[in-house]
Design a protein around this ligand. Structure first.
Ligand SMILES: *[C@@H]1O[C@H](CO)[C@@H](O)[C@H](O)[C@H]1NC(C)=O
Length: 407
């Protein structure tokens, strides 16, 4: 009996011990659960707060975005208004320019040298663009025309750098491109169409010259390239400027002549890379140059196409300052002026070697508005058009001609 009692007592004791133990565990777990619940409450509160804060923030940004959008549209409307106003002002300036511009001035040549008689053939006849260049040649020699305006513009393409020149041989259909402000290469194309189809300058036939050309002032006539070189080696001083006659078919230099100038001033104030400028037509090779560093006017020389002999020189009295380019058409020099911050190019000074253009008929010719400036203008007497290089664009200006009044 006794052992059973002992067993019971010990079991009861063990049971109460276990009970205690479990009770403690339960309390502990309870407490933990309560703590976790508390924390979960806290989290919930916090996330709720975050959420509302986020909503508030979103509302704020939405409002800001709407505000910005309104401001933006107000601003773009202002801009549109401003652009409209600028357009109107430009229009007015254009109008004012055409109304109030001083007439282009025409300077007449001092009659120093005997002039060949001008044969005034009325039978100008058909002026078809034919390959009968002999007749065209005679037309140029008998030329009594003055440019009255620009008929049309064609922007052909854009190749090469901002400066350069391109021209067409008046005696063939070949086109020549001199890219940049100096170099040893010329690119030849069979025709204007050929050039316009080519992917770039390098699409043409590359002709390597024996010396570097300097400035976009070259000319091509009857299979010969006339270009300006500086230095040139041999007996020449390092900075001597010369005109070179290069036979494009034979591939050799056939003559070299010094410029009739002292100093190294460039001919056009706005294009300092153009040391001197050449133009060639049936009457000869025309050289536009600065006679000296302190000489404010553009000077003109007529040279023999074959021998490069200088036949006559003139002071055109057209200022070099703000001159951008010039060209010779029909014995008349047309000087094109612009401003340093390129605006509208215009012919504003004329010089007629034959003294046939009076001031009263000198046309003030504005070029169509463009954003660059002309690096070169080359007149083709056969087609009565200009080959222009404007900020890397190759442009053709077709011209209107009229008879000189004094004829
Ligand atoms: C043309 O000349 C410009 C510099 O004026 C140069 O950067 C460019 O590479 C030249 N292009 C070609 C095809 O020679």
């Amino acid at each position: 009996m006794k052992p059973v009692f002992v067993l019971l007592v010990s079991a009861a004791w063990t049971l109460t011990g276990a009970q205690h133990y479990y009770q403690g565990l339960m309390d502990y777990l309870d407490n933990r659960l309560l703590a976790i619940e508390d924390r979960m409450h806290l989290w919930h509160d916090q996330s709720h707060r975050y959420h509302t804060e986020l909503l508030d923030f979103k509302k704020l940004t939405d409002e800001a975005v709407v505000g910005l959008r309104n401001q933006h549209s107000a601003m773009s409307k202002d801009l549109e208004d401003a652009a409209l106003r600028v357009d109107r002002v430009e229009h007015n300036v254009d109008y004012a320019e055409t109304q109030t511009s001083p007439r282009a001035c025409a300077n007449q040549a001092d009659r120093v040298v005997e002039q060949g008689p001008w044969r005034l053939e009325e039978s100008r006849g058909e002026e078809e663009e034919g390959d009968d260049w002999v007749e065209l040649h005679s037309q140029v020699s008998d030329c009594v025309e003055i440019i009255s305006g620009i008929r049309s513009v064609k922007i052909l393409k854009r190749v090469g750098g901002p400066r350069g020149m391109w021209t067409r041989d008046p005696k063939s259909s070949k086109v020549y491109v001199l890219n940049g402000t100096s170099g040893g290469d010329v690119f030849q194309f069979d025709s204007v169409r050929d050039f316009s189809r080519s992917p770039g300058v390098a699409g043409g036939r590359q002709i390597r010259l024996p010396s570097d050309w300097r400035g976009p002032g070259g000319a091509v006539y009857d299979g010969h390239l006339y270009y300006v070189q500086q230095g040139g080696g041999g007996a020449a001083a390092a900075d001597d400027v010369q005109v070179v006659r290069y036979d494009l078919r034979g591939g050799s230099v056939t003559d070299v002549a010094m410029l009739p100038a002292e100093g190294r001033a460039a001919v056009y104030g706005l294009n300092p890379e153009t040391v001197a400028d050449l133009a060639a037509d049936g009457e000869g090779l025309w050289l536009l140059y600065a006679a000296g560093d302190g000489e404010p006017h553009i000077h003109l020389a007529r040279m023999d196409l074959a021998s490069l002999d200088i036949e006559q020189t003139w002071d055109t009295r057209c200022p070099r300052e703000n001159a951008e380019a010039a060209f010779v058409a029909c014995g008349t020099v047309y000087v094109v002026y612009n401003t340093r911050l390129a605006s509208r190019s215009r012919v504003q000074c004329l010089f007629d070697v034959n003294d046939l253009v009076g001031s009263e008929e000198a046309p003030l010719i504005y070029f169509p508005r463009r954003y660059g400036a002309h690096a070169s203008l080359k007149y083709n007497p056969e087609e009565e058009q200009l080959y222009a290089w404007d900020d890397g664009y190759q442009i053709i200006y077709r011209l209107n001609m009229k008879r000189k009044l004094r004829v």
